[in-house]
Write a protein that binds this ligand. Structure first.
Ligand code: SAM
Ligand code: SF4
Length: 356
């Protein structure tokens, strides 16, 4: 192992803070250095968060999108995609089923679809928390106004996922036409002000990305002090302008995840579906490199196959029951256990650290 690598890893473990050039030293890990990075991240995860793996049921309730992100199969110019929307009744029924299967928290995700006005979504959130008794609701519906975010927070939404995608402002503007990194970050600030548990994250392996950019991504997540961070590889979709680009690499994604764990010891980090899509053992490896959350897809099967962010999404054809059994077996095989309760950020009062 390089002496420099050993020293930086020791510093990261001890202080959970690094300079950008030091993050790059870790990103350049090869061979046994990668193993050492994974072990260090796993140790920090165990020390700060314990052995629980939290399962959050994700409901992809609409694949309509007004945005045109170059990497995403839901982009508005993809005319080949069959579009769908779940009714409020279908969303509630899906959440009820998920709760019955032991998934205490729900993530509501969609394209940017203004069809769901703020009051309509607020009503769904209220009923999820009240009628269905969902322990925590996470929203991931893209860029909306401060007022919309406020209404949803008041209706009971607990968390919001809005990945910054890439910390390179020029790359961001190129990949997400008509939007800016600055606007995205402003929204993350609003969400923080409104008292959400805030989630950001990036895509690893985007065309035009460098190790410098990835280091900036990790340092940005630390600066934002996020409660959650979704870190997944880029997967090219055939009906997008990036169809012919190579996918993000498994090893690089695991390295980014592990460094994020070292620098954000208390954050909830999912072993993402994208990780499970580029490699059959991707989610398992994610759990060994610092992750402590899995978000199984609970979207009803007639719709699930149309939520094509990228092709071959892990868990696409499976029944929810079978998926959960397989995930729980995998968690137990790592000597970990399935989290109980809403699995709130340990940073907030009454959160995970105080649960039984
Ligand atoms: N529309 C909302 C938004 O963009 O924030 C939420 C849904 S969007 C489909 C969720 C995430 O999918 C994005 O934050 C992005 O990181 C990820 N994503 C989209 N296309 C992807 C691709 N081709 N490969 C990997 N991740 C992708
Ligand atoms: Fe729409 Fe989100 Fe896909 Fe962009 S990443 S096209 S905003 S669903």
């Amino acid at each position: 192992m390089r002496q420099e690598f050993v020293e930086v890893l020791k510093k990261a473990r001890g202080s959970h803070g690094l300079e950008r050039h030091e993050v790059i030293v870790l990103l350049q890990a090869r061979g046994e250095e990668v193993d050492a990075l994974g072990r260090a991240a796993d140790g920090v995860r165990a020390a700060f968060l314990g052995d629980e793996v939290h399962l959050r049921g994700i409901i992809e309730f609409s694949n309509y999108c007004r945005q045109n992100c170059l990497y995403c199969g839901l982009r508005r110019d993809n005319r080949k995609l069959r579009r769908y929307r779940l009714t409020p009744g279908e969303i509630l029924a899906t959440a009820r089923k998920a709760a019955g299967l032991g998934l205490p928290t729900i993530v509501l995700q969609s394209g940017e679809d203004p069809h769901y006005t703020a009051p309509v979504l607020a009503d769904i959130i209220r009923r999820l928390k009240g009628e269905v008794g969902v322990g925590a609701v996470t929203l991931s519906v893209g860029e909306r106004s401060f007022e919309d975010y406020r209404l949803w927070r008041e209706a009971g939404a607990d968390r919001y996922l809005l990945k910054h995608e890439t910390a390179d402002a020029a790359l961001f503007a190129r990949l997400r036409p008509g939007t800016t990194l600055q606007d995205r970050l402003l929204r993350l600030k609003w969400l923080r002000e409104l008292g959400y548990q805030v989630g950001s994250g990036n895509i690893v392996g985007l065309p035009g990305q460098s190790l410098e950019t990835l280091a900036a991504d990790i340092l940005l997540m630390r600066e934002l002090d996020v409660e959650m961070a979704g870190i997944g590889p880029f997967i090219p979709h055939p009906q997008t302008p990036l169809a012919k680009e190579p996918p993000g690499e498994l090893e690089l994604t695991l390295k980014v995840l592990a460094i994020a764990r070292l620098l954000l010891p208390r954050a909830h980090l999912p072993a993402t579906t994208a990780l499970g899509t580029i490699h059959p053992a991707g989610r398992r490896l994610g759990l060994c490199f610092g992750a402590n959350v899995i978000m199984p897809d609970t979207t009803p099967p007639p719709y699930r196959c149309y939520y094509q962010i990228y092709p071959g999404k892990a868990g696409m054809d499976d029944e929810m029951e079978a998926t959960l059994v397989a995930l729980k077996n995998m968690i137990h095989s790592l000597n970990r256990r399935v989290g109980r309760g809403p699995g709130h950020s340990p940073k907030i009062q009454g959160g995970m650290n105080n649960e039984v």
